[in-house]
Ligand binder design. Sequence first.
Ligand SMILES: Nc1nc2c(ncn2[C@@H]2O[C@H](COP(=O)(O)OP(=O)(O)OP(=O)(O)O)[C@@H](O)[C@H]2O)c(=O)[nH]1
Ligand SMILES: [Mg+2]
Length: 190
Amino acid sequence: MASRHSDPGATASTKIVIAGGFGTGKTTFVGSVSEIMPLRTEEMVTDASAGVDMLEATPDKRTTTVAMDFGRITLDEDLVLYLFGTPGQRRFWFMWDDLVRGAIGAIVLVDCRRLEDSFAAVDFFEHRNLPFLVAVNEFDGAPTYPVGAVREALTLPPHIPVMKIDARDRRSATDALIAVSEYALQSLTA
Ligand SMILES: Nc1nc2c(ncn2[C@@H]2O[C@H](COP(=O)(O)OP(=O)(O)OP(=O)(O)O)[C@@H](O)[C@H]2O)c(=O)[nH]1
Ligand SMILES: [Mg+2]
């Protein structure tokens, strides 16, 4: 929940979760926008995920998030977002409940080559009634689809925003954070 001290010039701070399937770019996203050195919990990908998490789409990926990513960005000089990136591997999903506590909204990153990997994240936020938007992270060489097709494939209701981003690009990732903040604030006041 956004908090603000009583003096009018004070800064509000709030929490946004960056979620999505394995290797969809969550750690990259937090690293691109964070104004502080992001906290990362990367470990080498082990055989424990073979057959469970799709390693083929990201053959160069050697590490995976085992606890969380943490970063911070100041929007408009008076709104500070604390960013919490989730782990993507299924065996670490038990941490998601703790990570989302107190968040006002979430971004679910999807990779169009493996949309099904992000189904669980979409379900997770739908069931908790936490406002979220879907950000299609466009990987080099991956097929591109209109946002309408992604919405249909994920069976998203019309009110959930869908946008295309490049998680490596600060401006693009910041735009997604502005969009989710506005959407979450609208949902709070609706
Ligand atoms: N081409 C391209 N590569 C990307 C993009 N975002 C991330 N990557 C690459 O994709 C790989 C996976 O990125 P991560 O940020 O580790 O993904 P993650 O979602 O945090 O992964 P887990 O924590 O293991 O679930 C890395 O090698 C990134 O460099 C993107 O927008 N475009
Ligand atoms: Mg990660």
